[in-house]
Design a protein around this ligand. Structure first.
Ligand SMILES: [Zn+2]
Length: 178
């Protein structure tokens, strides 16, 4: 799956929501999900039935705004949006690896879309302030990665890239809904 296809799925979920702090729990609660007191993983998604399972501790941490737990939920929303209902025909282990990368890419973009990061983080030194990571509700690792991705893509596409691209993307989302 191409990066642009994943970003399109992210903006389909976000709709016209350009808020810096994305409410993952609200989105989880609009889908079929189950909270389990104990499970070996933090979370998992049943792709065929479109059900997300979340460990109770992770759910509570996300409700408390813990960025690592928010990332786990965003990752599961990624599997939900990108992979559910898909029938796999090639070797499963290889696909699982790709699906994990895609879900993580989706999660980073959902919580900190590069357009919004580029708007908020004008210089790399801002990355050192706690304020910007807590505004987005992401870990420093996510913020660094998204910032550097934004810089790379803006360098490739020109300075006005992020603004134009965001507007274009919002317009195309609008078109999709008609
Ligand atoms: Zn996963």
């Amino acid at each position: 799956m191409r990066k642009e296809a994943i970003r399109k799925a992210v903006w389909k979920r976000r709709g016209s929501n350009t808020s810096v702090y994305f409410d993952v729990l609200n989105h989880l609660e609009n889908e079929d999900f189950v909270i389990l007191k104990s499970m070996p993983l933090s979370a998992l998604t049943y792709l065929s039935d479109k059900i997300i399972f979340i460990k109770e501790r992770v759910y509570n941490e996300a409700a408390g705004g813990r960025s690592q737990a928010r990332l786990v939920i965003a990752h599961e929303l990624g599997h939900f949006d990108l992979h559910s209902g898909q029938r796999r025909v090639i070797e499963l282990a290889a696909y699982e690896g790709i699906m994990e990368i895609e879900a993580s890419f989706y999660a980073y973009e959902l919580l900190a879309p590069i357009e919004l990061v580029a708007k908020k983080v004008k210089t790399p030194s801002i990355l050192n302030s706690l304020r910007v990571t807590s505004e987005f509700g992401v870990t420093r690792e996510v913020m660094d990665y998204q910032y550097h991705t934004a810089v790379k893509e803006i360098a490739t596409h020109g300075k006005s890239y992020h603004i134009n691209n965001l507007q274009k993307r919002l317009q195309s989302i609008h078109l999709d809904r008609r």
